[in-house]
Design a protein around this ligand. Structure first.
Ligand code: UDP
Ligand code: MG
Length: 315
């Protein structure tokens, strides 16, 4: 069992991988602890598998796990946590936005203060685009209100976990895990290390708007039934409103001036239509979750693990 496992999710990162290895290897070698780097290839479609394989030939501590298809950042992290052997596990992005030098500080803090979790907290967001800064600010504010657990502001997925924390997380039957919420939810002794997030070393962000929205939805739906209640209240309000409108329409009809009522009816139909769509959308989020849970499909399927002899025979 190595002292430290570094889990790094990798998706279409052929350009940044050699830079990552070059930068992190001397840092980890310099820690003078036994370690493994577990690269989880999240179903990359570029030359990532080839680059990983050539890196692995020169770096005995590098272990690669390949997922069959692109399962998303959080599920790739899940795969890494399930397969990590270390007494401590650090998750880090491959694009060098999280400085590898901080890993040593995290490990020392965890060891000296006997902590199970050390969050990497961003000092500021000056390297982000204004759009990313705005949406991230909104996300963390929303999470604070809705989730209820104390989530450190601006803590992403750069963190250290002890074996206790990893075992607790992998024991959860969670299908769409959001680790930045699940980890604080565990309530284990935690610390923070502030670091400055760099710009991406190479390549493009693998988080388009659609994936950001997915993460936000999973965060809210995974932790709170509040949106469902909002839908209920909106639905009740809509019923009251439509009743009032119906009475008004009836009165107009009795008086014989039906035509003036036409506008209000159109408004009511439009409003109710929108309301119903909103409620259906929210219900759909929960129904989808029940559905995926009942299906009990694995969130990821490992295609290959360089540490497993059985998998090697399959090649
Ligand atoms: N990533 C992944 N699967 C995905 C998207 C991203 O494994 O579907 C990895 C990616 O290779 C990187 C990390 O998750 O190591 C963070 O992604 P990225 O740097 O693109 O996100 P950003 O920093 O732009 O939010
Ligand atoms: Mg990044």
């Amino acid at each position: 069992m190595p002292r430290l496992t570094v889990v790094v999710p990798v998706y279409n990162e052929q350009d940044v991988l050699p830079l990552f290895a070059e930068r992190i290897r001397p840092v980890l070698d310099g820690l003078h602890v036994s370690y493994e780097v577990l690269a989880v290839d999240d179903g990359s479609r570029d030359a990532t598998p080839v680059v990983l394989e050539s890196l692995r030939r020169q770096w005995p501590q590098l272990r690669t796990v390949r997922l069959r298809s692109n399962s998303g950042h959080q599920n790739a992290l899940a795969a890494g946590l399930h397969r990590a052997g270390g007494e401590y596990v650090v998750s880090i992005d491959v694009d060098l936005q999280d400085p590898p030098e901080v890993i040593g500080d995290m490990l020392r803090l965890a060891e000296s203060a006997n902590l199970d979790v050390v969050h990497g907290v961003r000092a500021d967001r000056s390297t982000d685009t204004p759009f990313k800064r705005g949406t991230a600010g909104l996300y963390y504010r929303l999470i604070r209100r809705i989730v209820g657990t104390e989530v450190p502001h601006n803590a992403g997925d750069f963190r250290l976990l002890s074996r206790t924390a990893v075992d607790a997380l992998t024991a959860l039957p969670e299908h769409q895990p959001v680790y930045r919420l699940l980890v604080p939810w565990l309530g284990l002794p935690s610390g923070e290390i502030t670091y400055t997030r760099a710009v991406r070393a190479a390549g493009q962000s693998k988080y388009p708007l659609a994936k950001m929205i997915r993460l936000a939805l999973d965060s809210v739906v995974g932790f709170s039934a509040a949106p469902l209640r909002v839908a209920t209240w909106l639905g009740l309000g809509g019923i009251v409103l439509s009743t009032v409108l119906a009475v008004a329409g009836l009165v107009a009809w009795i008086r014989g001036d039906v035509v003036p009522g036409w506008t209000s009816m159109i408004v009511a139909v439009g409003f109710l239509g929108a309301l119903q769509l909103l409620c259906l959308g929210l219900l759909g989020e929960y129904v989808a979750r029940i559905f995926t849970t009942l299906q009990a499909r694995p969130a990821f399927v490992v295609a290959y693990d360089s540490a497993s002899e059985a998998d090697l025979c399959k090649l």
